[in-house]
Design a protein around this ligand. Structure first.
Ligand code: DOR
Ligand code: ZN
Length: 347
């Protein structure tokens, strides 16, 4: 096998994932842990993980669900509300319970009703986070009813993110699951304290893929996929080698019935073949030599964590993604369902 047909990289991390809870957690976690050494775990449970005690308890439930013999470390986040206790957050970070805090604008997405209703209200908290060196992960979409869903990320930059980064220049901010050229540009023109994660689906899908020839609920997530020019901008950013862009799958499992519904849930369950999906993109972009930076190096550097010592190997061998998997005793449809990917994780 030639070098171009096999790639070995430091074991990657997932800097944004939804692991859920209970039976769903038990069935989705092995997919993530098979590939990733660590993951930033989203706190949008119902009820959300809003304090140190509930994060520590959730972390224990995740650890209990790790398959035997697999090395996986969940990195917990605090769901910010209008009333987050700054002392609890700071203590949770100091004691290693929290790796970051998550900002959901209220009602932006799944289980975000208790999110932040007015960004200015949490400015004192952001000041504390800046002083304590706590990373802020941001769901960057405005929620105003009059703003078109395809414009919500770009609006968020001007209305909220630019003011936040201006007022708190030393605050470390991750602009999560970016979907637009505007977001790429904003990261590029900022200093090293702003980074962005990019999902596999936003590298593969544009909005036509979701809406042309029939509505495809399994291609629907938030932020929603945008037009082709944006997808191309994301592919360029992800494969550029710029350390401000790194891997975050935003794998967000919902049962098939909840997706294939008159009001289907937002979220794409991409955990099963995530690294294969990213590898395919990097291969198509002739950038396989940059996969390790994006998947395994840039994230730890931003978070100030060590690079994983273990490695993974992918080979240019076809892998068929099942049309359906099961979780919590029901059907769940993975990203790339029924497709064949050209790269396989072999160890
Ligand atoms: O599509 C999404 N699904 N976007 C989010 O922000 C939340 C997530 C979920 O939790 O289902
Ligand atoms: Zn998410």
């Amino acid at each position: 096998m030639s070098a171009a047909d096999s790639i070995t990289i430091a074991r990657p991390d997932d800097w944004h994932v939804h692991l859920r809870d209970g039976a769903m957690l038990r069935d989705v976690l092995p997919w993530t842990a098979r590939q990733f050494a660590r993951a930033i775990v989203m706190p949008n449970l119902s009820p959300p993980v809003t304090d140190m005690a509930s994060a520590a308890a959730y972390r224990e439930r995740i650890i209990a669900a790790i398959p035997p013999g697999i090395d996986f470390t969940p990195l917990m986040t605090c769901y910010l509300t209008d009333d987050t206790d700054p002392d609890d957050l700071a203590r949770g970070a100091a004691e290693g319970v929290f790796t970051a805090a998550k900002l959901y604008p209220a009602n932006a997405t799944t289980n975000s009703a208790r999110g932040v209703s007015d960004m200015r209200r949490i400015y004192p908290l952001l000041g504390r986070m800046e002083a304590e060196g706590i990373v802020l992960c941001v769901h960057g979409e405005v929620t105003d009813a009059q703003v078109d869903v395809f414009d919500r990320e770009a609006e968020f930059i001007e209305c909220h993110l630019r003011p936040i980064t201006h007022n708190f220049p030393r605050l470390k901010v991750v602009f999560e699951h970016i979907t637009t050229q505007e977001a790429v540009n904003f990261v590029l023109e900022s200093g090293g304290n702003l980074a962005a994660t990019i999902t596999p689906q936003h590298l593969h899908l544009n909005r036509n893929a979701m809406l042309v020839g029939g509505i495809r609920p399994h291609a629907y997530c938030l932020p929603v996929a945008k037009r082709e020019a944006h997808r191309l901008a994301l592919r360029k950013a992800a494969t550029s080698g710029d350390p401000r862009f790194f891997l975050g799958t935003d794998s967000a499992p919902h049962l098939r019935a909840a997706k294939e519904s008159a009001c289907g849930c937002a979220g794409i369950f991409n955990a099963p073949f995530a690294i294969e999906s990213y590898c395919t993109v990097f291969d198509e972009e002739r950038a396989l030599d940059r996969l390790e930076g994006f998947a395994s190096l840039h994230g730890p550097a931003f978070y100030g964590l060590p690079v994983n010592r273990a490695t993974i190997t992918l080979e240019r061998r076809e892998v068929e993604v099942p049309a359906m998997l099961s979780a919590a005793g029901e059907g769940i449809v993975p990203f790339h369902a029924g497709e064949t990917l050209g790269w396989r994780l072999v160890s």
